[in-house]
Design a binder for this molecule. Sequence first.
Ligand SMILES: [Zn+2]
Length: 322
Amino acid sequence: MQRLLYISLCMAVLLFGTGCDPKKQPDASDAGKYRVVTTTGMITDIVKNVGGDRVEVIGLMGPGVDPHLYKPSAGDVQKLNSASLIFYNGLHLESKMGDVLAKMSGNTKTIAVTSAVDRSLLLTPPEFDGQYDPHLWFDVTLWMKAVGTVRDALGEFDPDNTLTYWTNAQRYFAKLSELHQYVQTQAERVPAEKRVLVTAHDAFNYFGKAYGFEVRGLQGISTATEAGIADVQKLATFIAERRIPAIFVESSVSSRSLEAVKAAVKSKGFDVKIGGELFSDAMGNQGTPESTYIGMVRHNIDTIVNALIGKSSAHTSSTTGY
Ligand SMILES: [Zn+2]
């Protein structure tokens, strides 16, 4: 019915000579949906939750893909060209996509989901050349602001369904509030002095600030610069001196450098274990609980807590529950 209305509306507009946006024209194959292209999995998940069955979402970056290094292919440019709306993280997360996204913004609405977040809430680590840290999805309350930005943009593009987007967003907000509580409760199980999170790269500064962890990453904010021997030694000294029981690899970053840290710690007479794999800049494989934002955040906190308080980290996941 909605589709018929839409077609009638388009025809009326055509008759009066003002044209109709071809990108919004319903396609027979997707039953009147409009196409949204996204960069990271976390953003794809927001659009799925808020857009529901009104949108066809195409996410460019799958499981294990590092957004700092990701270069768009010719196929990606085609997908971006076919989009009615494009959502990306911004804050230089997709640093190799800057030119392509800038070109797209001329004729397609291209929106950074972080654009409405109050700049005073963003972190500016000194080692990131004074730029904002882009990894704000690990403070669930900040990511809720990104959800609001997606909701508003979908409503602006497709005003007839504003109520649907608001309803969907409200439902998602409720789940995210619950998630925030869960992470807080789990974090509190780790004694304050043991709340130290060492990972392959600095993706967890917002997590640390929100949930009370001291955070160290081997590779800095972006994975574009490799860690050197001095970085490995410095981190190993820190781990051995503080007797940190576990460090964590990430699904989108090679584990090689953290293995080097583990070996360097051992040479200092202390054993640190690899506490498990965290999902930092990409979500898990399709069909697993970690293929959703909520699942990845739950997996991360469960893995971190279990490893730091000394429980076995093998096969920890949100499905194990508490
Ligand atoms: Zn990152």
